[in-house]
Design a binder for this molecule. Structure first.
Ligand code: MSP
Length: 514
């Protein structure tokens, strides 16, 4: 249905760390979904940004000998540069140190306080600064006094805190999960969240007095909100919570959060409870994916196993990494790491996939078609045939791809799209137009292949925003494919024929494995 709203978010990334391919993975998926929904004609809003408060940032700044604000400014800029480099088409980039965010956080949590869900207590416990989270004695004992995620020693903290009375939300959350079976995807992650809730929820401390780098508590400014309770609210700040109610009401029902499983508890337990406490609906959809691993381990600053987007896009001779280009980079993460389970990053697999799908399948289709059109049709692309056997394939591929994007399964959507490319190549090989004399048969075969290229130039936009525009141009079409609207534009038979086809350089030069 055209004209729906689609609001998609990534986590906001901490500014103690520079962007690596783990951050890029979530962000590219969000971007691909935003591009797909724009093609559907949906009113689309894509939010990403940076999480800039908390002790972790304060310590990183101190270690770098700069102020927390300077640390946030510098690193936030690096995230924006990284996203520009890989063609991330965000509509808004939020920074939690912005005034608009302070205003929304204060309005939101004041509401929760006024509704009676926050109270002051003395708190002590074992804290992990890297997680910005307290752990129970039991969790600490189980890991020898170390953080279960980072393996570093937990620190003992004691302070007066305001508590969010989360324990009162066990039942309301279970009811919400029962009434919204699709809210958390995939099902395994939904069950994990339900498991956490069924264990019984404890009240959580949501403020700190031990630091100043945060949003002040409006009713007690000695305190600042603990970074997570400020961070989650970014998703409503950006659409006007507390500042533009009409806008907030228009966009909130269509939200799709994307996160990795490391922050499932915050998004699938705390965040829905906070929203209920503020009198708002919990998120419409939370999509949880696994970790991108390197050599079997999660990428992290402490493990020094990070890979940076620019190394893969531009290549890095020192690290023996070939240049995949922007679209080669995006395609790999969308196609090769199915959404949900953990995925192991491998340069060899990335090269193999690039050569098979981009250099060979797509690249060959365009270069063959253009070569034969130049040779046999004086460079003028003929129109497709209404009764082409490829028409049914195109219709089926569209249905599959649309269903897969809808189910947040980019890997399946692209697999379906490439089926059409493979079929078109097979069709050419079966009929070998390069061996035939110019005439109606050659025109028909090439027209069909050009029509496939036209459709693929639209369907592959979420993965290949640059290349699809180039394919569109080379086959002689006007404008840019992103102006097309689905499903109408995917219907067979719209390549008009009579257009000048250009045989340019290889779209994706073949790469050799390191
Ligand atoms: N600031 C919090 C999120 C607050 S959202 C209200 C945070 N930031 S983070 O910088 O650590 O980013 C975590 C997110 O980055 C993950 O949830 C995931 O989206 C992405 N990833 C970072 N490393 C990743 C992998 N190795 N694999 C997959 N995703 C990864 O948590």
């Amino acid at each position: 249905m055209p004209g729906q709203r689609f609001y998609v978010t990534t986590p906001i990334y901490y500014v103690n760390d520079i962007p690596h391919i783990g951050h890029a993975y979530t962000t590219v998926i969000a971007d691909a979904l935003a591009r797909w929904h724009r093609l559907l004609g949906d009113d689309t809003w894509f939010l990403t940004g940076t999480d800039e408060h908390g002790l972790k940032i304060q310590r990183a700044a101190a270690a770098n000998g700069i102020s927390a604000q300077e640390q946030a400014d510098r690193t936030s800029a690096r995230f924006r540069e990284a996203w520009d480099r890989i063609d991330i088409s965000y509509d808004d980039f939020i920074r939690t140190t912005e005034d608009r965010h302070t205003a929304s956080v204060q309005a939101f949590l004041q509401k929760v306080y006024d509704n009676g869900h926050i109270e002051k207590r003395r708190y002590s416990g074992l804290y992990c600064v890297a997680c910005e989270a307290y752990y129970s004695e039991a969790e600490a004992d189980e890991h020898g006094g170390n953080c279960p995620i980072h393996g570093t020693p937990l620190e003992f903290f004691e302070e007066d805190n305001y508590f969010f009375k989360l324990s009162a939300f066990t039942e309301p959350l279970l009811e919400w999960y029962a009434a919204n079976p699709d809210a958390v995807q995939p099902e395994g992650k939904r069950n994990e969240a339900l498991g956490l809730i069924r264990q019984g929820l404890e009240d959580v401390s949501i403020t700190r007095t031990s630091l100043t780098w945060g949003v002040p508590v409006p009713w007690d400014p000695e305190h600042v909100f603990y970074v997570w309770y400020d961070a989650l609210i970014n998703y409503v700040t950006a659409i006007g919570y507390g500042t533009d109610d009409e806008r907030f009401r228009a966009w909130w029902p269509s939200v799709h959060h994307l996160i990795a499983k490391d922050i499932l508890r915050f998004h699938c337990v705390y965040w829905p409870a906070m929203l209920l406490a503020a009198g708002e609906a919990p998120p419409n959809r939370i999509n949880v994916h696994g970790y991108l691993m390197v050599g079997g381990e999660k990428m992290s600053k402490t493990r020094l196993n990070q890979i940076f987007p620019s190394d893969l896009v531009h290549g890095n001779a020192e690290k023996e990494i070939p240049a995949f280009g922007v679209d080669g980079f995006r395609y790999h993460f969308l196609r090769d790491t199915p959404f949900g389970p953990d995925g192991d990053f491998s340069l060899e697999a990335m090269v193999t996939r690039y050569n098979a799908d981009l250099a060979n399948n797509l690249g060959n289709l365009l270069s063959r078609v253009a070569t034969v059109v130049v040779k046999k049709c004086d460079g003028v692309g003929p129109a497709p045939r209404a009764d082409s056997p490829l028409a049914a394939v195109a219709a089926e591929v569209y249905r599959e791809a649309a269903a897969a994007w809808d189910a947040i399964a980019p890997s399946r959507a692209l697999e379906a799209t490439w089926k059409l490319i493979r079929e078109a190549n097979a069709h050419l090989e079966a009929h070998e137009p390069w061996k035939l004399d110019p005439g109606a048969e050659v025109d028909g075969i090439l027209g069909d292949a050009l029509e496939v290229l036209r459709i693929v130039a639209i369907l592959a936009i979420p993965a290949l925003p640059e290349t699809t525009a180039e394919v569109w141009r080379r086959i002689g079409l006007e404008g840019v494919p992103s102006e097309q609207r689905l499903p109408a534009a995917a219907r067979w038979g719209q390549y008009p024929g009579g257009l000048a086809v250009e045989k340019g350089a290889a779209l994706f030069p073949r790469l050799t494995a390191p």
